[in-house]
Write a protein that binds this ligand. Structure first.
Ligand code: GLN
Length: 309
């Protein structure tokens, strides 16, 4: 599926792009600080196989928190719903994505949902395999399956940069280990999680993840089941309630589309039965969402009447 550049999308990107100046690239992972704050790209993938784009659509970026959706899908496939939700909850937190506070104040001490870092670490630790390489390979394989793109890899420099600075995530993981939510070695789960977050792709591949979720896990053209519908449904529901961190409620009101963001500036969105959307715009707002990407999602939702509510 080649992505064709589209004049209407280009206009919307130009309008949203002014907002990049109001944001800041993430710098707590040093390698992400090198991103170009002014860039903004979008792709929309449709069930008939067409794809439209604007901006630097071929530029690759890391998934970061968007990978939490894929890891959740794999953990559900590996362990089933009951096992997963014994260890991680289903409720939004209203706190920043890397907050530790509710781990202490919530009884039992399990993370509130799989889209915050604590929950994602718990989920990643449930992914089966004998080594980090094998488990990462399985995450990448699922990513290739749901995008229909081969040769997906991870950015070693970004992974190493995060691994060296991930002490807050280590704290979360140690906390969870104390309460037996995580059973394995903390360094192992941190290594797998940082590599998973560093999986990279361009925004048209990101749109394809959204399209597969939008189609309840089915390949839009062949009808092949890439993800069981129940798994796709759980992923989309978490995207609505927790996908944009502690701005998910506002995003549901303003945009009304299941979406997941990441601190590299990505937004992956699934408009049920209509399309998948992928955006990369590295300048972030104070809650860690792509600032121009958010604005662009609002414009897309209004112009094409995409809100599901
Ligand atoms: N790898 C990042 C982290 O754990 C992902 C966070 C994000 O994208 N919000 O901090």
């Amino acid at each position: 599926m080649d992505c064709r550049s589209d004049e209407e999308l280009f206009q919307l990107v130009q309008e949203s792009k002014v907002h990049t100046a109001e944001g800041k690239v993430a710098d707590y992972i040093p390698a992400l600080a090198q991103a170009d704050p002014d860039s903004l790209a979008v792709a929309m993938a449709f069930p008939d196989g067409s794809c439209y784009s604007a901006g630097d659509v071929n530029k690759k970026s890391t998934l970061q928190s968007i990978s939490k959706v894929i890891a959740l899908a794999l953990a559900l496939l590996d362990n089933g719903e009951e096992y997963v939700f014994q260890r991680v909850g289903m409720e939004p937190t209203g706190d920043p994505f890397n907050s530790i506070i509710k781990l202490e104040t919530t009884e039992p001490h399990k993370p509130l949902n799989p889209m915050i870092n604590a929950g994602a670490l718990a989920v990643t630790s449930m992914i089966k395999g004998d080594s980090v390489e094998e488990r990462l390979g399985r995450i990448i394989h699922l990513t290739e399956l749901i995008t229909g793109v081969e040769g997906i890899g991870y950015n070693k420099e970004v992974a190493m940069s995060e691994l060296q600075t991930a002490d807050l995530n280590r704290s979360l993981a140690y906390y969870l280990k104390q309460y037996h939510v995580i059973e394995e070695n903390v360094e192992t789960v941190i290594e797998l999680y940082t590599k998973q977050c560093a999986i990279e792709m361009n925004c048209s591949d990101l749109a394809k993840i959204g399209l597969t979720l939008a189609m309840d896990g089915k390949h839009p053209l062949t009808g092949e089941t890439l993800l069981p519908p129940r798994v796709a449904s759980i992923c989309k529901t978490f995207m609505v309630t927790c996908g944009m961190y502690n701005a998910s409620g506002e995003f549901a009101i303003r945009v009304g589309i299941p979406a997941k963001s990441g601190v590299a500036g990505g937004i992956m969105a699934a408009v049920p039965y209509r399309c998948g959307i992928g955006i990369f715009g590295p300048a972030l707002d104070e809650r860690g969402n792509s600032i121009a990407g958010w604005d662009l999602m609002e414009r897309l939702s209004k112009k094409y009447d995409l809100s599901m509510f």
